[in-house]
Design a protein around this ligand. Structure first.
Ligand code: AMP
Length: 282
């Protein structure tokens, strides 16, 4: 596995791979890798001849300075995990490489970003769309791999690909969980023992909501109230939102839409760490 540090190096490699007729798979990450990331890399390795993983803690998608400062950074350990998973090239740029000058362009994804993460983290998806566009341009992937753990991000990137005609296939990979159900996340490393002990309650709340949806609970708001109440009953958890939404538009549901999948999404704070998770009921 080779490690590339500059945008020019990545671009030159991508041009070479394209000339050689190789199929390029891209796995963008912010590092502090876990099994969820590695499964994306393994999927890319199965479906492509070249796998580019990127590790970049992207400042423009953070709306909280402490969250950016405390985000775990472990590039050496990450590199050691990526090679055996089938990664061909690791792109590890500096902020200066990715942002030689401040960006002026602003993205507006309309209703898609006025809910959940977009509503609670102003500017977040502008930063995501900016960095993802840059990575797409630099690495010219045939396929790009994203986790459904970040459901709204997948929807935003899908819109980005469609609107800007990026010639690639977006692959959305299912959420990888710990044995107790907690969705794997780089931020889990920041949970202390007490917070980690109660963290599985987030997924339990989503499972409860899923059961209620499947059982034909009268209204989305009844599901939301019951599941949000269950999660928030744990004093160490501060629930930021619990949404029952249309899985395609991500807009909150006021009544069931027969035949359309339902997204159950939450964000919560535990011991100073903000976590998100979701389940899609089809
Ligand atoms: P991050 O490093 O958190 O920005 O995540 C990089 C990519 O890995 C994103 O596409 C995430 O959605 C995906 N990812 C993060 N956690 C998981 C997980 N538990 N299961 C599957 N994919 C994940």
């Amino acid at each position: 596995m080779e490690i590339l540090h500059t945008a020019a190096e990545l671009q030159a490699r991508a041009e070479m791979w394209r000339r050689e007729g190789r199929r390029i798979g891209l796995v963008p990450t912010m590092g502090a890798l876990h099994e969820g990331h590695l499964q994306l890399v393994r999927a890319a390795a199965r479906e492509c001849n070249v796998v580019v993983a990127t590790i970049f803690v992207n400042p423009t998608q953070f709306n909280n300075a402490d969250d950016f400062r405390l985000y775990p950074r472990l590039p050496e350990a990450d590199a050691a995990l990526l090679a055996p998973a089938g990664c061909t090239a690791l792109f590890l740029p500096t902020v200066e490489q990715m942002y030689p000058q401040p960006t002026v362009l602003r993205f507006d994804f309309g209703p898609l970003e006025r809910v959940m993460e977009g509503a609670h983290r102003p500017g977040h998806f502008n930063g995501v769309a900016t960095i993802v566009s840059k990575l797409f341009h630099l690495s010219c992937p045939h396929r790009a791999y994203f986790g459904q753990k970040d459901l709204q991000q997948v929807a935003i990137v899908r819109q980005l690909v469609a609107d800007l005609s990026f010639d690639l296939k977006l692959v959305a990979f299912p959420t990888v969980r710990e044995a107790d159900g907690l969705a794997m996340s780089s931020r889990n490393r920041r949970l202390d023992a007490a917070a980690r002990a109660v963290a599985p309650r987030l997924y339990q709340g989503l499972q409860l909501a899923e059961e209620l949806v499947r059982a034909g609970q009268a209204t989305p708001s009844a599901v939301q109230t019951a599941a949000a109440g269950f999660v928030a009953a744990e004093p160490q958890i501060t629930l930021e939102y619990f949404e029952v939404a249309d899985a395609h538009t991500l807009q909150p549901l006021t009544e069931w839409q027969p035949g359309r999948p339902v997204a159950l999404c939450l964000a919560a704070h535990l011991g100073g760490v903000r976590l998100i998770d979701n389940v899609v009921v089809s």
